[in-house]
Ligand binder design. Structure first.
Ligand code: TYD
Length: 142
């Protein structure tokens, strides 16, 4: 699955949006808007100003990230190039395949990052060292 993914495989995916004078509604479905089966959902909140989260890569886990509230940036890198995505609306999300370095920063006050994952939490799925990540990308093993 994660063979030689690049930042070109990272995609903003628009979600359905039902605008309504009573308040808007959006939703996501697995294997539809989210291109994998959801095994896990978690969220990041109460991030103090200036903090950075999630500087690592996953070997297998794919993710879909939505800024449910507020705004933050997701920086994705493939060892050669990197790209910054600013998420600031709840009616689209960012699909991040496995095998990419990703970090999150510039969280606005009261921002809420909702993340769906394709696998259960597993510390062994993390690559925490950027040089190790670059080596695996160079070798073509990630
Ligand atoms: P981690 O993914 O390391 O966050 P970040 O990359 O932003 O630093 O997660 C932080 C802690 O939360 C980690 O010690 C384990 C726990 N955790 C779970 O138990 N389950 C999960 O699904 C996630 C994402 C984290």
């Amino acid at each position: 699955m994660n063979v030689m993914t690049t930042i070109d495989d990272v995609k903003i995916i628009d979600l359905p949006k039902f605008t309504d004078p009573r308040g808007n509604l959006s939703f996501v479905e697995q294997l539809n808007h989210i291109p994998f089966e959801i095994k896990r959902t978690y969220w990041i909140y109460d991030v103090p100003g200036g903090e950075c989260r999630g500087a690592h890569a996953y070997k297998e886990n794919q993710e879909f990230i939505i800024a449910l509230s507020g705004a933050f940036d997701v920086i994705v890198a493939d060892g050669k190039k990197e790209k910054r995505f600013t998420l600031n609306r709840s009616y689209y999300g960012l699909y991040v395949p496995s095998g990419l370095w990703r970090k999150m920063e510039n969280f606005s006050t009261n921002s809420l990052a909702l993340e769906f994952g394709s696998s259960n939490y597993a510390p062994s799925d993390y690559i925490l060292d950027y040089n190790e990540f670059k080596k695996l990308k160079r070798n073509g093993t990630l």
